[in-house]
Design a protein around this ligand. Structure first.
Ligand SMILES: C[S@@+](CC[C@H](N)C(=O)[O-])C[C@H]1O[C@@H](n2cnc3c(N)ncnc32)[C@H](O)[C@@H]1O
Length: 234
């Protein structure tokens, strides 16, 4: 089983710099989202905690969120070798044990997975569609220790908005992405139009409850309201 369509594989395995430019320019509000993650880790996570970073990419934003927390173990999963090479360097500054898996995250999580206290997925769960998201969230719940937390920063629609209108709003970002050339914008837009499946706020809450989580809460919404951060407690 795999969660990746062709545009996802191409974009993240062959052209990591294009994604990096998006992060460096804060086009998707990584700074604010990962600052919010840091606050949750400080205030609500077990002490010490084991952290699972699903689709970790180069882990640079995660390391920023984990700095100064009581992390004991970091486990990153991503299928991009280029990204994992950078992640390995970024993780050296944290005082914890580290494990990486270069694999499709659905395959990795279908196997034997060590229990963790916090599971995090940043901007990658939206590649799955409806029922696949639910099955995935049930799998994550089983990987969490009692009292564990699942946190996501993902494509979200206000209630009542469909995918077509979410994509229309996504396209409205173009004038603000001044660091991107026309070709770079087109490559990213093609990927998002092919592979991104947002959920409404109400659906995220329903998915959380149906996956068996005791509570769901919204932690942060991007100023564009294209992305929101949710916390699901076991
Ligand atoms: C949008 S980036 C997100 C990176 C990071 N989590 C962040 O918040 O910036 C998506 C990452 O997910 C990885 N990815 C996408 N689908 C994947 C899959 N099915 N299995 C493993 N990694 C995947 C890509 O290689 C890429 O590093």
């Amino acid at each position: 089983m795999t969660a990746a369509d062709a545009t996802t594989v191409e974009l993240f395995q062959q052209d990591w710099k294009l994604y990096r430019k998006m992060v460096d320019n804060n086009f998707l509000f990584h700074r604010e989202a990962y600052a919010a993650l840091h606050e949750v880790l400080i205030n609500d996570a077990a002490r010490p905690f084991r952290f699972l970073d699903i689709a970790c990419g180069d882990a640079s934003a995660s390391v920023g969120a984990l700095r100064g927390t009581d992390i004991a173990h970091y486990h990153g999963i991503d299928f991009s070798g280029a990204a994992l090479e950078l992640a390995g360097k970024a993780l050296t500054e944290l005082n914890c044990t580290v494990k990486f898996e270069q694999r499709d995250f659905l395959e990795a999580l279908a196997g034997v997975v060590e229990q963790v206290d916090v599971a995090w997925i940043g901007l990658s769960l939206h590649h799955l569609q409806g029922m696949e998201k639910l099955a995935f969230m049930r799998t994550i719940r089983n990987v969490l220790a009692p009292g564990g937390l699942f946190l996501i920063y993902e494509n979200t629609s206000p209630d009542g908005e469909d995918r077509e209108n979410w994509l229309r709003r996504w396209d409205l970002q173009k004038p603000f992405w001044t660091a991107y050339s026309e070709d770079e914008w087109n490559a990213m837009a093609a990927h998002v139009h092919a592979a991104d499946f947002p959920e409404t706020d109400a659906t995220w809450h329903t998915l959380g409850r149906e996956a068996g989580f005791a509570s769901v809460r919204e932690v942060f919404a991007a100023p564009t309201d294209l992305f929101r951060l949710y916390g699901f407690s076991k």
